[in-house]
Design a protein around this ligand. Structure first.
Ligand code: FO1
Length: 308
């Protein structure tokens, strides 16, 4: 069975640890959000690609879910203390190695997908990890008081405190799906929307022209990132209202609307199942809190079981 998964950051990476045990990884393609990407100290940082690579490669900082385990900050400290460089977005020494490799590939005219292949090969990632596009797409946050911030400046720099008026994907209208993305979706027997931020992870991927249209012809199953009306992690609750969606399992299903064939919700949201089924969705109610890899594998199997 050929599978495509749309993925964002930490929640998706956790989910993929189970999905790779539920399917043949050689027939799995993960398409990741790159709207979070940012250039820091001249280095191209791709947080969602790296979180997936580090998590599935066994090198992620376990408590954070992003960045490297066993990290040191000699370079970041020197940049701050000797060179007075901004340190609101901190790069660890080992993490910098990844950004140097990516930036070096790009500086030689390579594409983001070329750099991603070099990095995932080095980490022996058993499935194909593709950026959603090789073009520049940048998630921008327009705040209620009239500022336009790079997503990371809002999320990390401002701790997601400024109320949001709009979310924009700068460059999306000109972006093309990265090489292999459309072909992977066309070949897929099933497409999985990982439990990621529906607005600035899955939503960003869907904003790349051609991707949403291609998905419409496929069985698509998603895992709700909202449990009991609350985000499991991250800041989706601060953004769902902006796009007119309720912060609930049903609200996110409504956001994906016609795209979705099936939806996995947590036991805490069991009372939403009948309404969702009445709307035409296949629904599974289960434990979606990915407390260990066995629970996560069962969750992945439950999701796939709804559409295969
Ligand atoms: N998150 C923070 O809260 N503070 C940071 O200094 C920070 C640095 C950072 C560096 C590389 C990277 O890949 C991720 C980093 N993150 C940091 C997390 C990042 O903001 C999130 O992982 C994603 O943007 C969420 O999708």
């Amino acid at each position: 069975m050929d599978v495509v998964a749309l993925a964002g950051g930490i929640g998706a990476a956790r989910f993929l640890r189970g999905l790779v045990r539920a399917v043949d990884p050689a027939r799995l393609t993960v398409v990741a959000n790159t709207g979070d990407d940012i250039t820091v100290h001249g280095l191209h940082v791709s947080p969602d690609l790296d979180t997936i690579t580090y998590t599935l490669g066994g090198g992620v900082h376990p408590a954070q879910g992003w960045g490297r385990a066993d990290e040191a900050f000699a370079v970041a400290t020197e940049l701050r203390d000797r060179y007075g460089r901004p340190d609101w977005f901190t790069l660890g020494d080992r993490d910098i190695a990844t950004h140097l490799v990516r930036t070096e590939v790009l500086s030689r005219g390579g594409r983001l997908s070329d750099a991603t292949r070099v990095i995932t090969d080095a980490w022996a990632i058993p499935f194909r990890l593709l950026p959603m596009t090789d073009d520049d797409v940048t998630t921008m946050i327009e705040t209620v008081d009239g500022h336009r911030l790079h997503f990371q400046r809002w999320w990390v720099g401002e701790r997601a405190e400024p109320p949001v008026a709009q979310v924009r994907f700068d460059g999306a209208e000109r972006a093309r799906p990265a090489p292999g993305v459309i072909a992977a979706i066309q070949r897929a027997d099933v497409v999985v929307l990982c439990p990621s931020n529906p607005v600035v992870s899955i939503g960003t991927i869907l904003a790349v022209p051609g991707i949403r249209e291609e998905l419409a012809a496929k069985p698509v199953v998603g895992v709700s990132p909202i449990v009991g009306g609350r985000v499991v992690r991250g800041m989706a609750d601060k953004l769902l209202g902006v796009v007119g969606a309720e912060t609930s399992a049903a609200g996110v299903a409504g956001l994906y609307a016609d795209l979705l064939d099936a939806w996995v919700i947590d036991d805490a949201d069991a009372d939403a199942a009948d309404g969702l089924r009445a709307g035409g969705l296949a629904v599974a109610v289960t434990d979606t809190i990915m407390s260990d890899v066995d629970v996560t594998t069962a969750l992945a199997r439950t999701a796939l079981g709804l559409v295969t």
